[in-house]
Design a protein around this ligand. Sequence first.
Ligand SMILES: Nc1ncnc2c1ncn2[C@@H]1O[C@H](COP(=O)(O)OP(=O)(O)OP(=O)(O)O)[C@@H](O)[C@H]1O
Length: 663
Amino acid sequence: MNMLAPSPGRIPLLRLEGIGRFYGGADLPTAALQDVNLEICEGEFVAIIGPSGSGKSTLLNILGLLDRASDGKYSINGADVSRMAEKQRDWLRSRMFGFVFQASHVIVDESSARNAALGLRVQGVRHVERELEVTKALLRVGLLHRAGVLGKNLSGGERQRLALARALATKPRILFADEPTGNLDSVNTQSVIADLKALNRTGVTIVVITHDPIVAAAADRQIVIDDGRLEKPEALGSPALAAVHEHMGGRPDPTEALSPTSLWRRLNLLMDDVCDALASLTSRAGKALLLILAFMLGSGGLVASVGLSQSASAQVSERLAEAALDEVQASRSPSGVQPANADIAALRGQKGKIEDLHGVVAVGLRVELATSEFRPTRFQPNRGIQEDDFAGSLLAVDSTFLDISQAVVEPASALALLDNSFGKPVAILGHDTAARLGIPSVGPGQKIWIGGQPVPVVGIVQQPGRNPVLADSIILGISAYPSTASDNPLFVVRTLPGFPAPLADVIPLALDAAHPEHFTVNTVADLRSLRKGVNNDLGLLISVISWLLLALACLSAATSMYLTVQTRRSEIALRRALGMSRSSIGRMFIFEGLLVGLGGGLAGGALGVLGVLAFCLSQQWTPVLGPEAVWTGVAAGAVTGVLSATYPAIAASKADPAQAIRA
Ligand SMILES: Nc1ncnc2c1ncn2[C@@H]1O[C@H](COP(=O)(O)OP(=O)(O)OP(=O)(O)O)[C@@H](O)[C@H]1O
């Protein structure tokens, strides 16, 4: 039967007056709908039919508040919803409407039960109630046994029934169905028709778009649309309807139901957003893990770098604190007169002058030689053996210098050779250097080459004491060192406790009474300020690198999330269609970013702490890692996670449901 006019005695639930929908610019508009007048009453089963491109989906989208008309007025239960705010339209969709779309939109990575609960979740229904309603709805469409199956593993017919269950669960007043039997065989088609009819018998208004004559015939009324116009335009406001309105005592405003959202409901919705974000991440576990890894590297690097610089700083402080009480270092001022090759006798003379001063315990001598000039090698040069350049320090020292440094040298007898090696140079290796050169212990015939000359290795520094540089040095005896004019000898003076400051003034005078300015004396206090400077520079460098790592993690996560938003367009459209607000969609993605960032931050924090512990253990340092370093890592992960999700979240919340649902 073809009933173009509403049956008398029914309530006009939906009313379109002069509705037009135009696409394209103002200069060349394309009309998808023109001057549509239509009334649909409560409890009706209406089929909208017409050729392809005639405007059926456009009409359904306007009726379902997924799209806004360009012209005319749309009222629901008498209230004009054409200019209604987006939030109120979302609310009406979630409370009054159910949707079954042509492509049987379901969230493919979520279970049937979660899919069926989506509308209830948007309504803010509590979990216990939700489970009950979902069970009832799945039972009704015969899908309860498939409750745990993922959407992607359902057949076309099952997906269509799942979409129906999702709509049924919310107990809608109106069900909009766009080609609900489009992809189904005749058995499934009959089953969907039976479901729709049964639903209609319970009082639900049904508006269905269909090409299928069997579905159209099942409806009470067929509305034919062609080229954007109703084939038989309806006269609005029939006397029968006016009487009904009068009987109802005016037109109830559906917005009356928009009660202020309670705090409890808000919290509930927020928790749901977090659960959605979690579910979405766990259903794409591989991708989520990669993102977490990116944030983990960034924040782990940050925690490790903060911890390592703190530990290194503490290590240096410890050594300086030891030295501060009883050590000064004297050297020629840069402006001082450069002598001809500093001969060893002259140096010993100067050393003696310092030793004679009151408060001096011992004086060590050290000259740093240029490795570029002396080119230390393990094997004889020019014999075709390729060796890396030596990266440590090449020092010429006397035994007192090593004593003052509290270095442990094995064998101890090697120390004496430093001061007198019978005119031939000898070398002691720092233990790192020895390991690198493949000389684990001292033995007959062990030698290295310096300046093209063989130099026997007579000892190994097992512990560098106060002077960590010694571990990575080649130490020559000062008695036979090849002095050059560019050398600047350093006198390291061990003093009685408390004497560094007065000796700092006296030593230059003792060395050259006429020109004390030719000598500079550093107390360890001076070195402290130097250390501070070095630490600041080092800390800055490390934190710049770590923030750079985090920024990269943020960028890669933002790109990945943006791509995810694109692939989830139909899911986003579905959520919007079911009444989820734009802000809720945005929040869901922000929470995804937050969770990924937090996960990465926590894992990175743990990794950073372990890294610092392992490094400090290997260096025999005391690890120093304040809790703020760990929290910085976690907070950095969380903040960058949210930042990375911001643009994708905005893009997701702006998605137009009417457009995306067609995809
Ligand atoms: N976003 C859009 N921009 C431009 N034109 C559009 C847009 N959406 C729909 N149209 C046009 O509006 C007209 C009506 O489209 P609509 O999808 O409503 O038709 P339909 O009857 O549902 O078609 P079908 O049965 O093939 O799904 C068509 O000519 C279509 O090309």
